[in-house]
Design a protein around this ligand. Structure first.
Ligand code: ZN
Length: 288
């Protein structure tokens, strides 16, 4: 297995391991739904990307310190065999479980599992394809608004593939050790603070980490592409509430900049680490 699928950094006393689950290629019109095509093509060239081909990684994060082993997001999951999902053949080959084992961590060792939101690339690996909870000893965290949206009637119009992942990976958690955060911010373990950053989904969470004066911000899907930072009015079809998504982006940019935080972006080129900086007419992403 390619060693580049794992990237480790230390943050004070916290050992952080970034796990490169897989890539998916998105279409320009989905990632940027309200942008003039000519402008978009020109700006994507800077990133070596074409209009119909925007490769996007999925990156989970393992935190180890003291007796805690905390996993943030599970990747898309892994299936031995292709399966028919809503009439289509799918074979998912997320690497996250294998990568965890490669760094000596078994699913049973995970003490806390944070699900930033309930889209397939973040929850697909909560259960195995044969229905086993892969982190049976973990206390599982998500936001109450996220649970209510996906488990209540409000999400019935969502694509059936999203509903499939909810049924397989979220619905069975109602009988497990799940804790639903109700506040806008909550420190669940010393140095691990969940921050509600709604917009992408109703109960989307970011995670702020702090140890020995060092800080890292895991923004999950607060933004999906560096161009969403450069152009705060550029919208993606994946955000459910455009106005809130924009507000959350600005809130996280200011949080990261004012506190000089290292930032991890789930969908940016692996390992997705960098800083945000102010430029004369807005913000920019500076990869580390
Ligand atoms: Zn995502």
């Amino acid at each position: 297995m390619d060693p580049n699928y794992i990237h480790q950094v230390s943050l004070g006393d916290i050992k952080c391991t970034l796990l490169y689950d897989m890539d998916f290629v998105y279409r320009g019109q989905d990632f940027f739904r309200n942008v003039d095509e000519e402008i978009l093509v020109r700006e994507l060239i800077e990133y070596g990307q074409a209009l119909e081909r925007i490769p996007s990684p999925y990156i989970g994060l393992l935190l180890e310190y003291e007796s805690n082993k905390i996993l943030i997001d599970t990747g898309v999951g892994y299936m031995e065999q292709a399966q028919e999902i809503n009439g289509q053949q799918f074979k998912l080959e997320g690497r996250l479980q294998k990568l965890l084992r490669r760094v000596g961590v078994d699913g049973h060792d995970i003490t806390h599992l944070i699900l930033t939101h309930f889209h397939p690339d973040h929850i697909g690996g909560v259960y195995s394809s044969d229905g086993q909870l892969l982190y049976p000893n973990a206390k599982i965290y998500a936001h109450a608004d996220e649970w209510e949206y996906w488990m209540g009637g409000k999400s019935s119009q969502q694509p059936s593939i999203f509903r499939y992942f909810i049924n397989e990976n979220i619905a069975p958690l109602k009988d497990e050790n799940i804790y639903l955060v109700g506040m806008n911010e909550e420190e669940i373990v010393k140095g691990v603070r969940l921050i509600k950053t709604s917009g992408h989904t109703p109960g989307h969470l970011s995670v702020a980490l702090q140890s020995q004066g060092e800080q890292l911000l895991y923004i999950s899907d607060t933004w999906l592409h560096p161009l969403h930072i450069r152009h705060l009015d550029w919208e993606t079809v994946y955000d459910l509430d455009q106005d809130l998504a924009r507000k959350s982006r600005i809130f996280m940019l200011e949080e990261a900049y004012n506190n000089n935080m290292l930032v991890q972006s789930f969908h940016f080129p692996f390992p997705g680490l960098g800083h945000v900086d102010k430029v004369k007419d807005g913000w920019t992403w500076v990869p580390k």
